[in-house]
Design a protein. Structure first.
Length: 298
């Protein structure tokens, strides 16, 4: 029997990860651990593995490393960052309600919103920093393969699939509401898998890409489904919600002066693009269960 470590399973709007405190447990092969533990039939089951640890820069309180279900390391995850805020506060690892979290895409500031008894975190707002639209190492312009997936909204003739970097790359495709029978469904799992996987690996995206399909269903309210780079279909994606809201505002589908509600399979996140040009994401975080798991071999 190999070494066993304690883990916590959490989710943000259904985007579920396995969390390990690396101040207590060393995970020498995180990619292998993420692959083994994320398996929903033979492991714990998750969209990936999140390691909470000591920061490498003095301006941060903690550090987050995140590994997708296929073992690849991601730069950032908005849902996971909110869960880390809840984890740290409710496990009494901090008394702060404002935390600075080191990620591969910079330091993110977490604002914890507490319950009336001040013992629990009801929701978390994350400063996701500035969106970027011209990142050559992530997007090299539309390739011919992207053209068939241009399905413009009925409300505008100028809406195009939009690339947005929130540290990690996103490609947001707006669907025509008049051609959708059920906006709750939006796009079938089969189409989401086939198109999402093809686009993730398209030559336009040197680092692969997260793909969002979105449709305006009300004033400043969009229904969105996500194909996540390295994980496939996920219930939600925090950076994807930020990218979708930003793309909607950029295409004059949503009003920047108000929060944009992004409804995904697992729940709804509220996104604001404020005057400082930063994107602020607010949403829930929840514990699922805890347990012990054996470390896999590298």
């Amino acid at each position: 029997m190999g070494q066993k470590i304690r883990f916590t399973k959490m989710h943000g709007a259904g985007n579920d990860y396995i969390y390990v405190d690396t101040l207590k447990y060393d995970i020498p092969h995180p990619s292998a651990a993420s692959i083994a533990w994320s398996n929903r039939h033979m492991g714990i089951g998750s969209d990936g593995l999140v390691l909470i640890g000591k920061p490498t820069v003095k301006d941060a309180d903690y550090r987050m490393r995140i590994f997708n279900a296929d073992g690849s390391e991601a730069m950032m995850c908005g849902n996971a960052s909110r869960c880390i805020g809840k984890y740290l506060f409710e496990k009494k690892l901090t008394e702060k309600t404002e935390l600075r979290l080191e990620t591969l895409s910079g330091i993110k500031v977490l604002q914890l919103h507490l319950s009336a008894d001040t013992k629990h975190v009801d929701s978390v707002t994350v400063d996701m920093l500035e969106p970027k639209f011209d990142v050559k190492e992530q997007y090299q312009g539309a390739s011919p393969n992207l053209v068939p997936y241009h399905l413009p909204l009925e409300t505008s003739n100028d809406v195009h699939p939009t690339f947005v970097s929130m540290g990690n790359p996103h490609f947001v495709i707006f669907l025509d509401q008049s051609k959708i029978d059920d906006t709750k469904q939006l796009i079938t799992d089969t189409d989401l898998t086939v198109i999402g996987k093809a686009l993730e690996h398209d030559s336009a995206f040197p680092e692969r890409c997260n793909i969002e399909f979105a449709c305006l269903t009300g004033a400043n309210h969009l229904r969105t489904r996500v194909w996540e780079r390295g994980s496939g279909i996920t219930m939600a994606c925090g950076t994807g919600a930020c990218a979708t809201a930003t793309a909607a505002i950029k295409n004059n589908i949503a009003d920047r002066s108000k929060p944009v509600e992004i409804e995904m399979d697992g729940g709804t996140l509220s996104i604001e693009w404020k005057d400082d040009n930063h994107i602020y994401m607010t949403g829930p975080a929840a514990f699922a269960f805890e347990g012990e798991v054996e470390l896999p071999e590298g």
